[in-house]
Design a binder for this molecule. Structure first.
Ligand code: CTP
Length: 403
């Protein structure tokens, strides 16, 4: 039993009729549920039913003086361990993505520090619309956990993605989330991500096409699992959810300094960054001019950068250290060799020659090799890969012999 405080936001979709069943299942698990009904939601389920099954007063109106006196909307946000929105309609998702506060539910969404979970439900064309997909990506980037939607027959007669996940499955997925939440409680996790940029002159540089997504996903997963997380980022545009400390760097040397400044206080180090192995030996202070060259070819002298990961594993007192290997050939063999050579506790290996799981893709598939065994995570979103990798590392760190 996790005994969580769950605020259940109910949007205006036909599947709102399933929310009394959802509440009953949550209450049976020992959770307390306060329903927050939108005006549109109230067209599909009555507040009397919700009050009866939750055994709590249903909140609907931001301007209800009496309800606000007993628990104001800011307190409601503080009370919650989880804000679960089911069904989350296209309109609610859009309002959440752009930070509206035009009804009680949207206001509580802005006011709460709780983990936000949405279970979308809508017509398949509405779900697939580019605007909805853009909004849902924004919510994911903001750290919102998305459950479903499922594919199947829809109330409107269409067939496709957009059905709300069944209450029993929502409850199971919440349970998994609660179990994971505390696996890294009290620990400090350091993550590097993104590429580095090594200047040739003031306008040119050497870099690579790492998007930084996988490391960001690792940082989010570690944060969700209770850790205090610092993310050291090479140049990348992706936003970092609140609650994660972010340090921006450009070069391998800056990344090394940022890691070394934090490493002594870190319990686990995930080295996800695609650090440049080489940098120009000399950096021109002014733009290199083509017409000033005497020949039609040019040689750039490169020198090696420090291997940050190896510096960390050479420390006398080192954190549990996880490397990442992006390989294009002999993928497993090279990855396993890196575990030994860099003296790692674990390595996450992926094949970047496959474009559907490569650097710039949303998805990934990896093999995790530890000193006690190996396992594969088949193709799935980088967020799901991250959750599983972090959960596995949390378990291995505590009980290495059982893996
Ligand atoms: N890494 C690092 N510092 C570097 C280079 C790599 O910390 N200067 C880390 C990466 O963050 C990753 C791991 O080392 O976790 C593997 O990186 P990779 O570039 O695949 O390994 P290399 O040592 O460069 O080996 P190779 O060039 O033979 O593939």
């Amino acid at each position: 039993m996790h005994n969580k405080h769950i605020l259940l936001g109910i949007g205006g979709g036909i599947s709102a009729y399933k929310t009394p069943d959802l509440i009953r299942k949550l209450v049976d698990k020992g959770h307390q549920v306060i329903p927050v009904l939108t005006d549109a939601g109230s067209k599909f389920v009555t507040s009397q039913t919700l009050a009866a099954v939750s055994n709590n007063r249903v909140r609907q109106d931001l301007w209800d003086e009496e309800a606000e006196r007993s628990m104001g909307h800011i307190e409601l946000g503080r009370w919650a361990d989880v804000l679960l929105i089911a069904p989350a309609t296209a309109d609610l998702i859009a309002r959440m993505a752009s930070g509206h506060a035009n009804d009680l539910l949207a206001t509580v969404h802005l006011a709460t520090q709780a983990q936000v979970v949405v279970a979308p439900a809508m017509n398949q064309a509405m779900w697939l619309h580019v605007a909805t997909q853009r909004n849902i990506s924004q919510l994911k980037a903001d750290g919102v956990h998305v459950i479903g939607p499922e594919h199947g027959d829809q109330a409107c007669g269409d067939v496709g993605p957009g059905r709300m996940t069944e209450p029993s499955s929502i409850v199971e997925q919440l349970d998994d989330m609660f179990a994971e939440e505390s696996s890294l409680a009290g620990l400090k996790v350091l993550v590097t991500t993104g590429p580095t940029r090594e200047a040739i002159d003031p306008v040119r540089y050497i870099s690579n096409s790492s998007s930084g997504r996988q490391g960001l996903a690792i940082a989010k997963a570690a944060h969700r699992q209770g850790a205090t997380v610092t993310l050291i980022c090479g140049p990348m545009d992706l936003p970092t959810p609140s609650g994660i400390e972010r340090v921006n760097v450009q070069t391998a040397a800056e990344m090394k300094d940022a890691v070394m400044a934090k490493i002594a206080q870190s319990d686990i180090f995930f080295s996800v960054a695609a650090v440049s192995d080489y940098r120009p030996a000399v950096q021109s202070p002014t733009k290199i001019k083509k017409h000033a060259q005497n020949s039609d070819s040019m040689t750039l002298q490169l020198e090696q950068t420090d291997d940050i990961l190896q510096m960390v594993t050479s420390l006398e007192s080192r954190p549990f250290t996880v490397g990442f290997a992006a390989e294009t050939n002999n993928v497993l063999e090279f990855g396993r060799e890196k575990l030994q050579r860099k003296n790692l506790d674990a390595i996450v290996i992926n094949d970047v020659s496959n474009e559907s799981i490569g650097f710039e893709s949303e998805n990934n598939a990896v093999t995790v090799v530890t000193r006690h065994g190996e396992f594969n995570l088949p193709m799935q979103s980088k967020d799901d890969i991250a959750r599983r990798v972090v959960a596995a590392i949390a378990a291995i760190r505590l009980e290495p012999l059982h893996v």
